[in-house]
Design a protein around this ligand. Sequence first.
Ligand code: HPA
Ligand code: ZN
Length: 326
Amino acid sequence: SELKQLIQQLPKAELHLHIEGTLEPELMWRLAKKHDIALPFSSVEAIQEAYQFNNLQSFLDLYYQGADVLRDEDDFFELMWAYLCQCQQQNIVHTEIMFDPQTHTERGIGYNVFMPGFAKAIEKAKAELGVSVYLILSFLRHLSEDSAIQTLQEAKPFYSMITAVGLDSSELGNPPSKFTRAFAQAASQGFKLVAHAGEEGPPEYVWEAINLLKVDRIDHGVRSIEDPILMAYLKEHQVPLTVCPLSNLKLCVVDDISQHNIVDLLNDGLRVMVNSDDPSYFGGYLNENFFALVDKLSLNKEDAVKLISNSFSASFLPDKQKQIWL
Ligand code: HPA
Ligand code: ZN
């Protein structure tokens, strides 16, 4: 359609993307062969077919298992480079990418392996693809706060590569309040702050992320709609919510895209935008997330343009650079 063509062609920013969630089955298969790792799948197609989830945890189990094929610097380069090439294809001109250090350090793969791999791909993308990239170091919330603090300290040699600190993994039972000290340390080092909240967890977790962690953005946040006082706060302060429609569908946060509340949130005056979260696992990159909204939610042109302008205004780009795109 004309609208889909417009969406494809407009320059966009992506603010909620896990690099480990861009690992395509083909690359997983090739890296498993390269490192002689036995996968519990008989073919690339079998990997694809296994991507059916009931909830966040059933996805996370496969996502952490998949990440185990990432072993050396070149693997991390390939992973990052493949996503940044997708960005060019999709007219994503700026992306703020989450990475989970603990997914790798817990397996004995250190910052000295993954950060140089990421850096090479990011430098190459800047030069050859014209894509700008910020990195968000995300803590795994199912691990302890001490582990998060250690993870932040170990990143010190690479602070110049990192813009923000985030919080992901199993939400229920791991409220933002568990990470108050870790986030205070990150803030004192000058990092921007984000946290997943209100994906599976209640509005109370969104309040905690705002009041205790002092985040600049909420990742997901779709359950905020259950709390009118929270909705009023998010609107007044224009706290960005990085919404991920296909993710919410695949993890059964919503039963159908036609039930998704992103357009309601937008029309209520909240600063929401579209993101892909873990595109290899959820069946689409950024444009496919928009296309699902066009097909199933009758997204109109005005709303599409507003969602895209929100992707820039909610980014961590300096104001001067935002102006170029707004
Ligand atoms: N939620 C929590 N943790 C995650 C996600 C998510 O959507 N994606 C990758 N890790
Ligand atoms: Zn996420």
